[in-house]
Design a protein. Structure first.
Length: 264
């Protein structure tokens, strides 16, 4: 689900409105076809690691919403290495606003909406299968988990992208990061070996994007048996806050210590 970038400040993108059409058709088609394939597989194979299809559909929907918001707000993180090579941080350093804020808000990827829309459709379908009533509590759950999951995704992207201050290139790691997020957020974490579950919980906490909060809501198995109640919704905002603090800190440290101006 690593879709294209559409910058808000790109005049040419708005001059040619047909630019949006391929994304408007292609992204929902890819998302919904992937969901259909998942349904066919589960109809044939049955439950996946203790999760039935309605539960997986709900997990899939929350993953799509997090991915869409991540694409909307954190797309710049994929281009940190490009900004370093082109010296784009030079002009930001001359402005009174923080460089991290300037860079993070420098683009808005409208294509994220084309992931959010089918995500909402899949969420409604999953709720009907699970016979979940649309209540204030459920809406609050979806909003909090989507916001926290999006920040987790974006923060990890910035952490990985900031490696480019040392290496001058991070695109391969960014692609790996996007692929991992796609695989881990679509399926229950319980399908992976125990060591990977531990990795995606305590080292690269992708499980808190949607798996642990959804498992708590739906009372689905989480695999790891620890004294900590990992399936509580509150863990996702806490993990998101910690990762965002780390991402901003690493970005600022690398900018101060490792960035080489493009000027002569």
């Amino acid at each position: 689900m690593a879709y294209g970038q559409l910058k808000l400040d790109s005049i040419s993108n708005w001059s040619y409105r047909s630019y949006l059409i391929p994304w408007l058709i292609g992204i929902p088609l890819e998302v919904l076809s992937g969901f259909y394939v998942l349904k066919v597989i589960m109809d044939s194979a049955g439950d996946i690691a203790g999760w039935n299809f309605p539960q997986v559909a709900f997990l899939y929907a929350i993953g799509l919403l997090c991915h869409g918001v991540d694409d909307l707000l954190f797309i710049q993180g994929r281009g940190i290495d490009r900004g370093i090579i082109r010296g784009e941080f030079d002009r930001m350093l001359l402005r009174p606003l923080g460089v991290f804020f300037q860079f993070a808000t420098g683009a808005f990827n409208w294509c994220g909406f084309f992931t959010i829309i089918p995500g909402i459709a899949v969420l409604g379908y999953a709720c009907s299968l699970l016979e979940l009533r649309v209540t204030l509590a459920l809406c609050l759950f979806v909003l909090v988990v989507t916001a926290a999951g999006s920040v987790i995704r974006g923060s990890i992207l910035y952490l990985i992208g900031s490696i480019a201050f040392w290496t001058k290139k991070s695109s391969s790691l960014v692609v790996l990061d996007l692929t991992l997020k796609q695989r881990v957020s679509i399926y229950p974490l319980t399908i992976f070996p125990k060591w990977l579950q531990v990795l995606f919980t305590f080292v690269l906490p992708l499980g808190f994007i949607n798996f642990y909060p959804v498992s708590g809501l739906l009372k689905a198995p989480i695999g790891l048996h620890l004294p900590l109640p990992l399936d509580l919704m509150i863990w996702s905002p806490i993990v998101a806050a910690i990762l965002f603090w780390l991402a901003r800190g690493l970005f600022g440290y690398a900018l101060r210590r490792k960035y080489e101006s493009a000027g002569s």
